[in-house]
Design a protein around this ligand. Structure first.
Ligand SMILES: C[S@@+](CC[C@H](N)C(=O)[O-])C[C@H]1O[C@@H](n2cnc3c(N)ncnc32)[C@H](O)[C@@H]1O
Length: 272
């Protein structure tokens, strides 16, 4: 056996996630108002070429196509692309959906008037490669417009705690901080090499459910991140304690006495 090279831990880090597991479509429905807002802020016009990066079930792509743009949706998750194609057909919209990732877009140089990403590029493992690719495909005088969660809202805090619990259960420590796609200064620095300027605006999204417990239960059995994360914590850690902690966070952040109602804050950034 080859025993040279760096010392290894016995447990590997989290595997790359297939967003096709579970039923991301429930979350896509919750996020649809944010996709609509993204397209509005981007000012997508009829006849423009648009690429929607991390398109998922096609939310922003379909909104842009309904405005008369020529749209390509790109995502690594095959099942979500199939759902996006079904939605396009049902809406009689001519949108192409293809497999791909932010760091390798199937788009020619300067091929997109608008590069959109509704909470998609934030999952790219290499932020510099994604930024380089966005700058490559952006047409002269085009724009790159994407959304990213701001930290602190209950649903975002729930996701952060779950991700931390996964790493603890795997015994792999906190790891490097992900690139802050919600931080205007960091994004401005990321796009300096391409001579591009950044503007950003805060937005908010309301999420509702019958109760905090019902929301957590639906997320646990439908959201790809929750399904894979809870499976790891159930196997290697204390899933019951994690669920109780997550429910606490959601209940403390509930803005209603009659049902679950919470505000999530996010940033829309425009790079041009
Ligand atoms: C939170 S979902 C957003 C989906 C959709 N844009 C929406 O608004 O509902 C994140 C999406 O990013 C995709 N994704 C994950 N890694 C990616 C990468 N490296 N490049 C592009 N998309 C990626 C996932 O497959 C998933 O569809």
């Amino acid at each position: 056996m080859d025993d040279t090279g760096p010392a290894r831990t016995t447990r590997a880090g989290p595997a790359p996630l297939d967003w096709g597991i579970g039923h991301y479509e429930h979350t896509a429905a919750d996020l649809l108002p944010a996709a609509r807002r993204l397209v509005e802020v981007a000012g997508v016009e009829a006849g423009e070429t648009v690429v929607d990066v991390g398109c998922g079930t096609g939310s922003a792509a379909l909104v842009a196509a309904a405005r008369g743009a020529a749209v390509l949706g790109v995502d690594p998750a095959a099942r979500l692309l199939a759902l996006a194609r079904e939605q396009a057909a049902a809406a009689h919209l001519d949108v192409e959906f293809v497999a791909g990732a932010a760091a390798a877009l199937p788009v020619e140089d300067a091929g997109a008037d608008v590069v959109l990403s509704s909470f998609g590029v934030i999952f790219a493992p290499d932020h510099r490669a994604a930024a380089a690719e966005f700058a490559r495909v952006r047409a002269p005088r085009g724009r790159i417009v994407f959304s990213a969660w701001l930290p602190g809202s209950p649903v975002i805090e729930m996701n952060r705690l779950a991700a931390t619990a996964v790493r603890e259960a795997l015994g792999i420590g906190p790891g490097p901080a992900p690139f802050p796609w919600h931080d205007e200064a960091a994004i401005a620095e990321l796009f300096v090499p391409y001579g591009l300027r950044v503007t950003a605006q805060r937005e908010e999204l309301i999420i509702t459910a019958a109760s905090a417990a019902a929301y957590l239960e639906l997320q646990s059995r439908s959201h790809p991140l929750a399904i894979s994360g809870l499976a790891v914590v159930d196997r290697h850690g204390d899933g019951t304690a994690l669920r109780a902690h997550l429910l606490d966070v959601l209940e403390n952040g509930n803005e209603s006495d009659t049902h679950f109602h919470t505000t999530s804050h996010y940033l829309i950034t425009t790079v041009r």
